[in-house]
Ligand binder design. Structure first.
Ligand SMILES: [Zn+2]
Length: 68
């Protein structure tokens, strides 16, 4: 079993729950920063479901607004 990451640990790109790279917010975009903050809050709270939601929304936003 993999232990849950503790609050305050740096964001790991090799998070076992997210084998693909998480979406990267675009600097200066209010929507990106809002979703990134939401994801960070969920990560700190160890709320994996909320973090997944934020990642999905951020990925969707990036595709629709930034064409990435
Ligand atoms: Zn954006």
């Amino acid at each position: 079993m993999t232990p849950d990451p503790k609050p305050g640990t740096p964001y790991a790109m090799t998070d076992p729950l997210f084998p693909v790279h998480p979406p990267v917010p675009v600097a200066g975009c209010v929507s990106c920063e809002s979703l990134a903050a939401r994801r960070e809050a969920a990560r700190t709270a160890l709320d994996h479901s909320a973090r997944t939601d934020a990642n999905v929304l951020l990925r969707l936003h990036l595709r629709q607004e930034h064409r990435t």
